[in-house]
Design a protein around this ligand. Structure first.
Ligand code: 6PG
Length: 222
């Protein structure tokens, strides 16, 4: 992979272990540097197996958890506590084991309420994104609205997602772009094609998310 293209920094690793170690270190460093300069660290979490592997590394991290604010990039519309939910996964792997106050973990259950809560955070510090083989990210799918215009709503309702469950809520590409940084976590040969399409300049849901300071792609083929 090339090392640099406009506002996207590609970081490839020889193993998942190496990727996860670097990613966990980078995340905690980034959070702690942010917290040295401001009161809170606003992070948006992704679902999927790659993010889950990162989350499982975080319970022992040294950081001031009391100042983390946790948001979700998308959520499946199933009842609270259902293991299919992204927040259930993140809680089990990470959030239940650290001292982030419950009120600072913002479950995505209602588009209007989330839009209102998000008004307090004009710019996230970090958006974590997974990547699907078709270039989807969060619950923004090819052929569906991504909300990438400047006046797009912050939260989109998805009623016919190509992956189950069909009903989801997702932050729009415009809202996810309102962040200091985005990190895309991708591993597996099956993601290579989507990354090549991205490098070739194709417009995909993941490429529609463009934070001012750019995107970092953590990639491992194995
Ligand atoms: C979903 C999944 C999905 C996932 C990507 C990447 O919403 O159905 O969460 O979108 O994030 O397919 O998944 P992996 O990291 O598990 O490969």
């Amino acid at each position: 992979m090339t090392s640099e293209s406009a506002a996207v920094h590609w970081r490839s690793f020889s193993s998942r272990e190496a990727l996860l170690q670097q990613l966990a270190t980078d995340l905690v460093d980034y959070a702690n540097r942010t917290l040295a300069a401001q009161a809170a660290f606003d992070i948006v979490l992704a679902g999927g197996e790659t993010p889950r592997s990162l989350y499982a590394r975080l319970p022992h991290a040294r950081t001031d958890w009391a100042r983390w604010q946790v948001w979700f990039g998308d959520e499946r519309c199933v009842p609270a506590g259902d293991p299919r939910r992204n927040d259930s996964m993140a809680r089990a792997a990470w959030l239940d084991h650290v001292a982030i106050p419950a009120a600072q973990i913002h479950a995505l259950d209602d588009a209007a309420r989330y839009t209102q809560a998000l008004a307090a955070v004009p710019c996230f510090d970090l958006v974590l994104l997974g990547l699907g083989e078709d270039g989807h990210t969060a619950s923004l799918f090819p052929g569906h609205p991504w909300g990438d215009s400047s006046n797009a709503p912050a939260v989109l309702r998805v009623t016919d997602a190509p992956k189950p469950p069909r009903e989801r809520l997702t932050l729009s590409a415009a809202r996810l772009s309102a962040s200091r940084a985005a990190w895309v976590l991708a591993w597996g040969e099956n993601k290579r094609h989507a990354l090549q399409r991205w490098q070739a300049g194709e417009l995909l849901p993941v490429t529609a998310i463009r934070p001012a300071a750019g995107t970092v792609v953590y990639w491992c083929a194995d």
